[in-house]
Design a protein around this ligand. Sequence first.
Ligand code: NAP
Length: 304
Amino acid sequence: MEDLAIIGSGPAGYTAGIYAARANLKPILFEGLESGGQLMLTTDVENFPGFVEGIMGPELMQTFKAQAERFGTEIKTETINTIEIIENGFKLKSSNNEYLFKSVIIASGASARWLGVEGEKELQGYGVSACATCDGFFFKEKTVAVIGGGDSAMEEALFLTKFASKVIVIHRRDQFRASQIMQDRVLNHEKIEVIWNSTVERINGDGKVTSVEINDLKNNIRNTIELDGVFVAIGHDPNVKFLDGLVELDEKGYIKTGFTTETSTSVPGVFAAGDVADSIYRQAITAAGSGCQAAIDAERWLDH
Ligand code: NAP
């Protein structure tokens, strides 16, 4: 039985790896399907301390990974599908293997949320996307819409101006949720138009997106906007499905922590860090901070 498993390879997982490896716990980190987490889908990270001029998301994650490996974190490119409580520990199963651990840090992050309207699923990859960094390139000199009013939506819209001839931000209220600096950049950008108080009701297309139908909530009228792409940026959901009720969740579905120590969960020996347990801050730096806390909590718990 090994001491510590870390599930997830975003800022929380890798930071937990750095601290746990330096504490000689010989952690094994399971990368999962989306190695590197959400920062792999980002361009410039301007608010991570230590990088005066900013750094690209994937490059930042590469440095996290290299630092975790330097101290001996073993990284496995496997996805853990189930965790079972056994005597004095936990059995983790991936598609091909089983592992036994005394403790586990869950740092499985969060994934993009979808609108759930007609046409969205059918046209994913054919003009519907949740990642401008991945797909923006395909919309050179085209018209695209970004749905949402948070920092993600602002970031996606600004990024898309590098390719698209026009970016339309569609938001359901008359005010953005995003930070002031991001709002100002969007509102002052000549390529960006904002449609307020409107929801997307349907995405049209046959093989590729051709238009969206929106509902103007103030005047209660439906409009059709012709465009080539729709980027959904309406937030994220924590990746907890594989836990299948193992630990208690809060009312929003995030892992509940703070039972005995800051990152402890309802199950002794299981700790949670990063976006999977944080519906409030959700920053790379806060995720990294909680990854550090989880490793220290796990180390002390293993010592008890
Ligand atoms: P968010 O802040 O939760 O914003 C989600 C946005 O989508 C909100 O404007 C929300 O509208 C809208 N929305 C949610 N469900 C919707 C639906 N079904 N239909 C239409 N609109 C819907 O999520 P986020 O933008 O992904 O940001 C998450 C966190 O990451 C935040 O803390 C943010 O500050 C941070 N972040 C930071 C940066 C940065 O600093 N550069 C970049 C990205 C993200 P309402 O406003 O009406 O609720």
